[in-house]
Design a protein around this ligand. Structure first.
Ligand SMILES: [Zn+2]
Length: 425
């Protein structure tokens, strides 16, 4: 990250010592000298990281803000809650009017990369609620003068009609919903007939199957965006090359982004890294050194052929750090299985879990909700069992479960559980 963003970070740390009880208490609890501010990026590890649990604990003991509301309550313009899909609670964040503006402005590089112009119609299927993702997209559209159609995930047919009748230029959704929308478009005979007005599809994450399907059905590239409630402003967006050949470039105008080796804590400028973010713009609920628990594959500065010199990460490379499961001695990455399941047209939702059998051995159970039109379920589960076994070296037990709910547009929905850990607690 550049010198300017580090200077902004120093100012944000100085301010937190003064106005954020949460950060002051957190730093004191980790024996940081009162008022200490790192003089150079190399000294930054002198401040401990903040985890989701740290914030939740503070909010439980000092509700509602956990000592991290740093403006007068009358100046709160928006409140965001995290999705709660971790099962341990929802973090709360307040935004001032200025915070909300920055959050909206931070969409600029992405909209420019896609080629969106003021007046273009943008369809947002991420629900607008108390969660940051939907509100952020809507503010982005407002500030950049796009015409926003915030559809939520209500009716796929209505959304497809919006895309054609309103000549939409932009479609934003989570991967599983975009794939469902593509399936509906195929059924309606609309595949490949969306016209040149559509300029790009925005997603969170991007599997090869999503890229191919969006190209085939909607005729455009996918652009991946990386954000979180803690940062509110977008952390990284895809350049004009799209996810096929571009990079998801970092933005450090409003954030300080660290990419570190999860084992050694050393800064990583190429290859796998853990990502830690600090906000340098947030007035109401600042966050200093939040550990995202996400792993990415860093693309070094100056190497993307789009001409943008900023570093970033390889599209589709975001993985949860804490998600690897050891099953029957094998390292199983849920993301690998997820890609297989999401790329199977007959599967509309799923849940996976590792359990311990009575004889003490491990079992991998995957429950699947099939699409209503799917026939030949036995063939599908047999094929999936085989593919997953080849990919992971573990043979899963696949069950049909029609009661699994939709993800409701929540892209961080927790689809995996390790029941063996729960038993051990
Ligand atoms: Zn690029």
């Amino acid at each position: 990250m550049n010198d300017n963003s580090f200077e902004k970070l120093k100012t944000a740390i100085e301010r937190c010592w003064k106005v954020s009880d949460f950060h002051r208490n957190h730093w004191h609890a980790h024996d940081v000298a009162d008022g200490w501010v790192p003089a150079a990026p190399e000294e930054l590890t002198g401040l401990p990281v903040v985890t989701k649990q740290d914030l939740l604990d503070a909010q439980t003991s000092t509700p509602p803000w956990g000592g991290n509301l740093c403006i007068d309550p009358v100046d709160i313009a928006q409140v965001h809650l995290t999705s709660g899909t971790s099962g341990i609670g929802r973090e709360r964040y307040a935004c001032s009017a200025s915070d909300v503006n920055v959050m909206g402005e931070s969409w600029g590089p992405q909209f420019d990369a896609i080629g969106l112009k003021p007046g273009d119609v943008a369809v947002f299927t991420i629900p607008v609620s108390f969660m940051c993702a939907g509100l952020s997209a809507l503010e982005g559209a407002r500030i950049h003068k796009l015409v926003p159609l915030a559809t939520g995930i209500a009716s796929k047919r209505m959304i497809l009609d919006f895309l054609t009748d309103q000549q939409a230029a932009y479609l934003y959704g989570i991967e599983s919903f975009l794939l469902q929308l593509a399936a509906e478009a195929r059924d309606a005979g609309l595949a490949g007939r969306f016209g040149s007005h559509l300029k790009g599809i925005q997603s969170v994450g991007s599997s090869p199957y999503l890229i191919d399907t969006m190209r085939e059905v909607f005729g455009v590239s996918v652009f991946e965006v990386y954000g979180c409630t803690q940062a509110a402003a977008k952390i990284a967006t895809t350049c004009h090359l799209g996810v096929e050949s571009g990079t998801v470039h970092f933005h450090d105008e409003h954030l300080y982004i660290e990419t570190r080796d999860p084992e050694t804590g050393m800064t990583v400028s190429e290859g796998r890294a853990n990502i830690i973010i600090s906000t340098t713009y947030r007035e109401a609920s600042p966050v200093i050194r939040y550990d995202m628990k996400d792993s990415i594959e860093v693309v070094p500065a100056g190497t993307c052929s789009c001409g943008d010199l900023r570093p970033g990460y390889k599209p589709g490379s975001v993985a949860r750090m804490d998600s690897m499961m050891k099953i029957r001695g094998m390292n199983v990455w849920p993301q690998a299985i997820e890609q297989i399941l999401l790329s199977t047209p007959g599967v509309s939702e799923f849940r996976g879990e590792a359990v311990r059998k009575e004889d003490g051995s491990d079992d991998l159970i995957i429950r699947i909700r099939p699409n209503e039109a799917t026939e030949a379920l036995d063939d599908m589960t047999a094929a999936l069992t085989d593919t997953i076994r080849k990919q992971t070296m573990v043979r899963p037990r696949i069950e049909i479960d029609r009661s699994i709910p939709d993800s409701d547009g929540d892209y961080k929905v927790r689809r995996w559980q390790d029941r063996r850990k729960e038993e051990a607690v």
